[in-house]
Write a protein that binds this ligand. Sequence first.
Ligand code: GLN
Length: 539
Amino acid sequence: MKLIFVTGGVVSSLGKGIVTASLASLLRSRGVKLKIRKLDPYLNVDPGTMSPYQHGEVYVTDDGYETDLDLGHYERFTDITCSKNDSISSGKIYSSILSKERKGEYLGSTVQVIPHVTEEIKKFIKKSTNKDDVIICEIGGTVGDIESLPFLEAIRQFKNENYLDTLLIHLTLLPYIETSGEVKTKPTQHSVKELLNSGIQPDVIVCRSNKKISKDEIQKISLFCNVPSNAVIPSYDVDSIYQVPNLLSKSKLDDLVIKKLHIKPPKKKDLTKWINFEILESRAKEDVKIYIIGKYVNLKDSYKSLYEAIYHAGVHNKANVIIKWLDSETINSKNVSELLKSASGILIPGGFGNRGINGKIEAIKFARENQIPFLGICLGMQLSIIEFAKNVLKIKNSGSSEFGNYKNNLISLMTEWNFKNKKIKRDKDTDLGATMRLGSYPCHIKVNSLASKIYKSKLIKERHRHRYEVNPKFRIQLEKKGLIFSGFSKDKKLLEIIENKNHKWFLGVQFHPELKSKPFKPHPIFLSFIKNSLDHKND
Ligand code: GLN
């Protein structure tokens, strides 16, 4: 088994996840068998309970685990489907150790960071792997953080045990100083020193920079950081993250990794699909404005996969999608038409809680009444049903039991479906973590529906992350007025896709299609949404 660790230094947000995913894609293109894992130093057991404002989007895997958004990059860049074993946090490690300790499994020993925590980290890294696998582990955070120390210690031990099969890649920043007109290597030197404090010598240093790194600077890093100069790899800023694999291939990062770890790839590298995507990106010409009405509009990472899925669909439609983020709390019935008048498409993403729902409902009404292509995802779909009930069926006091006490809960917990007007109180002790409907489920599609035209299939599989469901009690009433239910769970109890008979392109989905979109395989829902938004613009 070969192990590659990717650490980051100097500052956060250098794109460690993209470098990891790009390296993985280069190795995959040579047929190397891979696992990509993310190790996060925080104490949450998983990111499921973390605010998207703090840590960005929660990415859900097929097997229903709530993970770090970097797993989204891994899946988008490679054809690998990640699993729950690929997301490891300090919280998960400690939780496993503490439960063993309570069961007396440590047989009287004092449980300590070394060896118990480090052994547990090593066990998690190797979990469900095969002997011939290459495992790439990205370490979250920046070296020097107190929280990452046990992870660095585990890496040190791995290196000590399997010197020839372990490789350390350290990503740093080379800042450009305008006044002196040069890029600076000192922060990189310091960051490598910080690693050395933990007993780790990097094998490869990837240097992020927005200016050309000269031969002299490479020599300097090589000399001071104790790596050969061919292991100092420049990583320049590029227009799109999807150009990074090509860039790192030119910098020979994958050649170096293969050589250093003595990997024998089964086939030659093939970058055709990346090159073709780059060509497609350069052809994206026609502007189209998509308005996204959300809660976390100030941090793009909160809707990472959504952003990427729209981008993929834009590129494949030769469109330059201009995303306008609107905070739902700023929208009301008076300003909605002014705010959304230049929208070619409107999208309401997933979300939790009742903050800003009135603004979202106004936006849905506007899209429905003005024939603007509309896509509602999860909460967005639930709100579309509430909007329809309120404004078309005129059902008074309608809502979702997630938001408060309503007479008519169009959306509610399944356990509430049969309790008329009764709100089930959540037990204070009920865990919020990992208790939703999570992961991939099959969905049956109604024939001749918009969904069937989009998917060209009767049975699909999509990933879910929600607690509440459409209350089937109102189904017939809604259908009579033109709402179409076009996607169902196998037992037909769960209503998963809605459409509007009287609208050009109106779709609500209970699942998250954005999680499965890839640059080479854009998701059909987003492809169709962007295409119809373009048509709407040119109408
Ligand atoms: N809050 C809603 C629910 O739990 C929707 C969730 C979502 O949009 N991901 O059902």
